[in-house]
Design a protein around this ligand. Structure first.
Ligand code: 3K0
Ligand code: CA
Ligand code: ZN
Length: 434
């Protein structure tokens, strides 16, 4: 561990704020993150949780994200929870922001058996397909880098065949350390199969839609995250990067729309927001993108609407992430309004905060931007429970699973309801779906 370099922050508005904070000892950060970093990365560069103060708006947050950290939460008072390596901590400090260690308590760090591991989710899918062969069908759409099956489940009447019905896509766990999202997939699958035949609304939706669930888009990352005595705080995939010891790509920076355009991702393999060496360079992104493209039938993308589930922060986000602008090339006013109205409708049910993705910070290469710009799919990112790190951050106790997944039943059913014509939400079905 090199001795901390003396910092000479630019005199700017953040310095006053900094004085009020305990200065971060880099040694403390290292000790605090020994259990959560990559075994392959050198310990010195292991990213760990930090609290950043002094960021006042999305521009400040983007400036901070540009150092390569992942911003994991924006708190009500503007404080950020982020995952940063010591080098990134130094950069953020040099920019004039305050940084403090935010290592979670040891109790919070033990993997919780109440969560569904990857082998368990595959087993759950097999059980579902066996119990409900007329409602659920699974497909392997590819293999992860380490050779795990990448699984998609279709729920519909006559699920083994393609029908001419609007399709909806739910994706989960692009980020390995967001295990509550896998529980969301389990909840959706169970809700739709168990409710069929008894719940009128669910029956109608299953009869008239084809619903795709990808319960874990990043199984290698998840398996690693849950492999030790403590959660590993792992975000990315696990594929080696040429010329670096650091493993993995941030899947949600590797999609092929305006990849790496706008300071919303990192080119450094050590970073937790590493965008990969090329768009779709991550095995798991390419496979999922191919799967989405395969849903184009007779020149028409069958999938009309989608949600990509993440944690945490309790947000409903919509594209674009690569620009602060609401409307731009590839997003006209009606299209923006449709995203906003549907996003606000769903947030009205689950109590999350609705906003454009870039209101948080700029991201480039996100699934959101690609699904809309490249595939024309009206789509959202949900940041699930909790809203604060005090409630467990990425790893809340498993006894919240039932309540926090049930919380999204209504938004999921709402989105399924609009899948035949999302523009109906702004009263424009004649124009776009007539
Ligand atoms: O589209 C978005 O703004 C994605 C937000 C997401 C991300 O990829 O940065 N937030 S997370 O990493 O804390 N789940
Ligand atoms: Ca179809
Ligand atoms: Zn995420």
């Amino acid at each position: 561990m090199p001795p901390p370099r003396p910092h000479s922050p630019k005199p700017r508005r953040h310095t006053a704020f900094r004085k009020t904070l305990a200065p971060l000892a880099l040694g403390t950060l290292l000790v605090g993150t020994l259990g959560v970093g990559s075994a392959a990365a050198s310990q010195e560069e292991d990213p760990g949780p930090v609290r950043v103060s002094g960021a006042e708006n999305a521009v400040d947050r983007t400036e901070i994200a540009r150092t390569g950290v992942s911003i994991d939460l924006v708190e009500d008072d503007g404080t950020l929870l982020a995952t940063a390596s010591p080098g990134e901590v130094e950069e953020i400090t040099d920019l004039g922001y305050g940084v403090a260690d935010a290592s979670p308590s040891v109790e919070a760090m033990h993997p919780d058996d109440g969560y569904t591991s990857y082998p368990e989710v595959v087993e759950h899918v097999e059980g579902l397909v066996a119990e409900y062969p007329d409602l659920a069908h699974s497909e392997v759409y590819g293999q992860s880098h380490e050779g795990r099956d990448l699984v998609a489940v279709r729920i519909s009447d006559d699920p083994g065949v393609d029908q001419d019905e609007p399709e909806v896509l739910f994706t989960h766990s692009q980020h390995a350390r967001e295990p509550l999202t896998v529980e969301m997939a389990v909840h959706i699958m169970d809700m739709l199969t168990e409710g069929y035949g008894s719940d009128e609304r669910i029956t109608e939706l299953v009869d008239t839609r084809e619903i795709w669930i990808v319960p874990n888009a990043n199984p290698d990352g998840t398996e690693y995250d849950q492999s030790g005595d403590t959660w590993q705080n792992w975000r990315k995939t696990r594929e080696p990067n040429e010329g670096s010891d650091a493993l993995g790509t941030d899947m949600n920076r590797n999609w092929a729309h305006e990849w790496g355009c706008c300071g919303g991702s990192s080119g450094d393999p050590e970073s937790s927001t590493y965008r990969g060496h090329a768009p779709e360079s991550a095995t798991e992104v390419e496979a999922l993108a191919d799967f989405v493209r395969s849903r184009e039938v007779d020149g028409e993308q069958q999938i009309t609407t989608a949600i990509d589930f993440h944690t945490f922060g309790e947000l409903v986000l919509w594209p674009f992430g690569h620009t602060y602008d609401e409307t731009t090339d590839g997003m006209n006013q009606d299209e923006y309004d449709t995203h906003q109205a549907l996003g606000e409708l769903m947030a009205g049910s689950n109590g999350y905060t609705p906003q454009q993705s870039s209101d948080l910070y700029i991201t480039d290469g996100s699934i959101n931007d690609w699904l809309w710009a490249d595939q024309g799919i009206v789509n959202f990112t949900f940041e699930m429970y909790p809203s604060s790190p005090g409630d467990g951050g990425f790893y809340p106790p498993s006894d919240v699973i039932e309540e926090e997944t049930a919380r999204n039943e209504e938004p999921v059913l709402d989105l399924l309801g609009y899948a035949d014509c999302p523009y109906r939400v702004i009263g424009e079905e004649e124009t776009y779906c007539g």
